[in-house]
Every structure is written in C-alpha cells, then in structure tokens.
Design a protein around this ligand. Structure first.
Ligand SMILES: Cc1cc2nc3c(=O)[nH]c(=O)nc-3n(C[C@H](O)[C@H](O)[C@H](O)COP(=O)(O)OP(=O)(O)OC[C@H]3O[C@@H](n4cnc5c(N)ncnc54)[C@H](O)[C@@H]3O)c2cc1C
Length: 498
C-alpha cells in the first residue's frame, strides 16, 4: 500500500483521510501545524463566525449532523469536524503541532521526503510515496502594511487570530477591513463596544440571509429520512447553481434584479444617506464574493458604528489617521482596540513549505507568476504530488466541500489505477496542463471576477483562485483520473534474492 502524507486537517485533508479509510487504505498520516483539527473552523473563532452556504450542503455528503439552524456558527462546524474524526477513526492518523516545512523528491526511489519542524523543535524527515497538500486557500492571515501599526498602544489582533482575552465592553474599536469576516463580527462587537469604526476600502454586495432555527419536526424528519436529507441538500445546491452561478458571469440574467433588491434592502435598513452612499458598491454584483447577513446593516443603524472610506495614512499610539480630499486633510480617529479584518494570503498555496521536485525544480519559484495546476490537482514536473482546494478551485457561488469531494474521488481513482497497474509515479504532462489552463484563461475572460481591479481571487489581473464552471462540470471532469494525461513510471520489478 502506498504511504501517503496529507498536509492539513481541514475539510479537505480530513475528507481525504476518511475516503482512504473507506477504501481500506490505512497507510496515511495527516500533518497539522496547529494544535487542533478543523482548519478554517478551528482558526476563525471571532464573534459571529458562521458559514455562508447552508450547513446541510456545507458538510460532507456522507455524514449528516443535527444542524441547529440553516447557517451554522463556527463552534458547531468545528464540532461537526471533530465528530467526523471520531466517527471515521481519524485520530490515530493525525499529528498535531507538526508543520511540514519542506518536500524533496528522491529520484532513486520515486518518493518524497517530507520534513516537519515543530516550533522550537527538531526537524524530522519521513518518506512517503504520495503527498497531498491540503493547506487551504484561507489559512494564512494577511496583515496590512500600515505605518505605525506595530506602535499602537492598545490590543491589535487579526480576525482569524481573535484575542478573546480582550474585553471590548465600553471600548472604541476599529475594524480595518469591511469584508466577509467584518460583516459577521461587527454586529456582535457593536452590541458591547462604546463605538465601532469600520475602515472600508470597497463596499460589499450584501443580501439578507434569512437564517432561522430548524424546528424539532424538521430535525426529526432529517434524522430519519435519507430522502428528506438529500432533498434538502439538492434544493440548496440547485439555488446556488441557478442564481449564484449566473452572477459569476459578465452577462447575467439576474444581476439587475439582485442589485436592485440589495440596494432596496440597504436603503430600508439604514436611514443615514451618507452611510447608504458609502455602503453602495459601484461594481457589478458577483465581481467579488456576495455576502449574506441579517444583522450588519441593522447594527450600523442601531449602534454607534461609523463607516470611514478615506485612505488610512498611519497609526499612532492611540489613533488611526486617515487622509481625504484634494487638500489631503488628516483626520485622527481615536480608538482603544484595533481588529484587523484584511483577509488572507490567498495566492501563497505553498507558504511556508519549500517544494523541490526532480532535477532540483522549485515549485515556489515556478509559481512566482501565479500558481497553475491541472484541474487544480496536479502540477507538471512534480510527480505524485496532489493539491486539494488548489489553484482555480475556489467558488464564488457554492460549497467548497463539493469541490473537495470531487478532488477526493480523483486522487482515489489515481491511486487505484497506480496500484492495479504497478505504477510507482505519475506526473501530469506539461501540454495537458497548458491546454487546461489556456481553456481556463479563455473562459475566465467572460467571468465577472475580471470586472474589478483588486480582489482575493486575482493575482496581477489573472484569476488564480476560482473555478470557471459549474460544480457539476468539475465533478464530471474529476470523476476519473485519466492516466493517459500523465507520464508513468513503473514500479521496479522485484528480483529474487540469491
Ligand atoms: C471565515 C470563513 C468562512 C468561510 N465560509 C465558507 C462557506 O460558508 N462556504 C464555503 O464553501 N467556504 C467557506 N470558506 C472557505 C473555507 O476555507 C473552505 O470552505 C474550507 O474550509 C477549506 O478547507 P481546507 O481543508 O481546504 O483548508 P483549511 O480549512 O484552511 O485547512 C488547512 C489546514 O492546513 C493546515 N496547514 C497549512 N499549512 C500547513 C503546513 N505547512 N503543515 C501542516 N499543516 C498546515 C492549517 O493549519 C489548516 O488547519 C470560509 C472561509 C473562512 C475563512
């Protein structure tokens, strides 16, 4: 059986571990740099953290849970992942606080040497036939480059590293950033804080979530009936693929209607015309991730929440200083606590790992201009290395878990064929990867994501993160690993001793 190293214990790494076990493959290790499993849902403990795809679909297709409401909160999703680890016997395979720092291809044996270096500890090296990187697109918090931020006298922390020891009651809190996380935590902290000032670069298209608790009757039906479970999943899926998918394109049938609906909602919820103007996007809906919220606008109306759109010039010991207008007027905003909600390093798919392939080829250097892979899964020049949630596999409209399950199928299909045909290593052909990425570029030119200059989907104007089609197309194309698209290296023939 092949020895498999999986790096990361989020939905992707765990999902693959479960599928391997179900296929009777036990020879895998899940390396996790943090001290607990769950990835995104371990790290993002900020108040109000929750998913924005309903939990019934934002979960594995093979494992239901007693979801209390439609869009579960972070502690419930973390519980779900821990429940899965327990149910499917993953704990014995997981190594916590073990960051993988380097992968080196060993040509003589056709395998990878995997270095892991615990903080303050010694590097250990183990050999694996196959490596799967499942390190996530949103697992490396990004800090803004602002003069003086480190000289601020009060607490400063990132939303993905929330400091729960800081009591925000009665404090003046600044949120640098107004994106997906801020839209969730601002309503929560506004309840207690004396004042919240949101420093916003780009407003978001926000539509109501209409969240609600499931009734006991619904929960009982879901527990008992597979048909009810599948129907609930299908309804959410169909809505995302019909409405959400349409918005991801420049030509959209629903955009006009949806934008009018969102603006009407904003104008109904917020009475101050200046705030309404600041919160109204000037780009087409779909170009950035559309957000869902039942309480962001409400919090701005009901509590002392200010929206500042002027550029931040610097941070002093007790204030954030902005500049505005032709005269470059400086305004000091006195605050006690700064929350940094500026998202993640989304293009550094490898950081902080170094990947050295055959002939000393360095994947970090190869991806300097932007990461590229075949189906987001494999990279030419790097045998037996798979990516999950890799380049161009993020979605703007549906559950990432659907993509992750497709990737599991593909990797298992490749492993099965390698075992059956006695293949030591597979490496995707350069021309296959190129043709695939040419197709992506052609199709992405019609996407809504290129209608905006800056977003986390883009690197140098190129869409590096998002998948271009429907999730069903991705499922079809990854259902089976076509080994004709790969260079194959047979296993060495066994020789009789003596
Ligand atoms: C706040 C928030 C809300 C979101 N909501 C949704 C949603 O509603 N719907 C949706 O579809 N998607 C959502 N996403 C996207 C989400 O990231 C994915 O859905 C999914 O959780 C990704 O799972 P993953 O396993 O690929 O990555 P992650 O969950 O990021 O897990 C990666 C793991 O790899 C570990 N790791 C990284 N580098 C190393 C290393 N060198 N060595 C060892 N371990 C390493 C990390 O510590 C982490 O545990 C959200 C993201 C965020 C941040």
């Amino acid at each position: 059986m092949p020895r498999i190293a999986i790096i990361g214990s989020g939905f992707a790494g765990m999902g693959l571990g479960i599928q391997l076990k179900q296929q009777g493959i036990d020879t895998f290790t899940i390396f996790e740099k943090a001290d607990a499993i769950g990835g995104t849902w371990r790290a993002n403990t900020y108040p109000g953290a929750e998913c924005d795809i309903p939990s019934a679909l934002y979960s594995y297709s093979f494992e239901n849970f007693d979801w209390p409401n439609k869009w579960s909160h972070q502690p419930v999703i973390k519980d779900y992942l821990e429940h899965c680890a327990e149910t499917y016997g993953l704990w014995a395979h997981i190594r916590l606080e073990t960051p993988v720092t380097e992968l080196r291809w060993v040509e003589e044996v056709g395998a990878w040497d995997v270095d892991a270096t615990p903080e303050g500890g010694e590097t250990t090296t183990e050999r694996y036939d196959v490596v799967v990187s499942a390190t996530g697109q949103l697992s490396r918090p990004r800090w803004p480059d602002i003069d003086g931020l480190d000289s601020f006298a009060g607490p400063v922390f990132h939303s993905a590293e929330w400091d729960h020891s800081v009591d925000l009651k009665g404090k003046r809190v600044a949120s640098i950033g107004a994106g997906a996380s801020a839209v969730q935590y601002v309503p929560q902290i506004a309840k207690d804080a004396a004042k919240v000032t949101v420093f916003q670069r780009t407003p978001n298209w926000i539509i109501p979530k209409n969240d609600r608790d499931y009734t006991e009757i619904e929960k009982s039906l879901i527990r008992r009936s597979r048909v009810a479970r599948n129907l609930r999943r299908f309804m959410i899926f169909a809505r995302a693929e019909l409405l959400g998918y349409d918005l991801m394109h420049q030509k959209s049938f629903v955009r006009d209607f949806m934008q009018k609906f969102a603006v009407k909602n904003l104008q109904e919820k917020i009475s101050d015309p200046d705030k309404v103007a600041k919160l109204t996007p000037d780009y087409p809906m779909g170009a950035k991730r559309v957000l869902f919220s039942d309480d962001f606008y409400e919090a701005i109306e009901e509590h002392d929440v200010d929206i500042v759109t002027d550029r931040i010039d610097k941070v002093t010991g007790d204030a954030i200083v902005t500049v505005s207008g032709m005269d470059q007027d400086h305004v000091e905003h006195q605050v006690d606590v700064i929350v940094v909600g500026t998202g993640f390093h989304t293009q550094d798919f490898l950081t902080p790992m170094t990947v050295t392939g055959p002939e000393g080829r360095n994947l970090n250097e190869q991806w300097q201009e932007g990461p590229q892979a075949h189906l987001g899964l494999t990279v030419s020049g790097f045998p037996n290395l798979f990516f999950m949630y890799g380049p161009n596999t993020n979605l703007g409209h549906n559950s990432i878990v659907l993509m992750i399950e497709s990737q599991c199928r593909y990797i298992l299909s490749a492993l099965r064929q390698m075992a059956a045909r006695s293949i030591q290593a597979i490496e995707v052909k350069a021309e296959v990867q190129q043709a695939y990425n040419d197709e992506l570029s052609r199709r992405l030119a019609d996407s809504a994501w290129v209608l905006i200059e800056d977003s986390w989907y883009l690197q140098g104007g190129k869409v590096t993160n998002n998948w271009v089609g429907r999730t069903t197309e991705y499922r079809r194309r990854t259902n089976h690993a076509d080994l004709d698209e790969y260079h194959l290296r047979p296993k060495p023939a066994l020789t009789k001793a003596g």
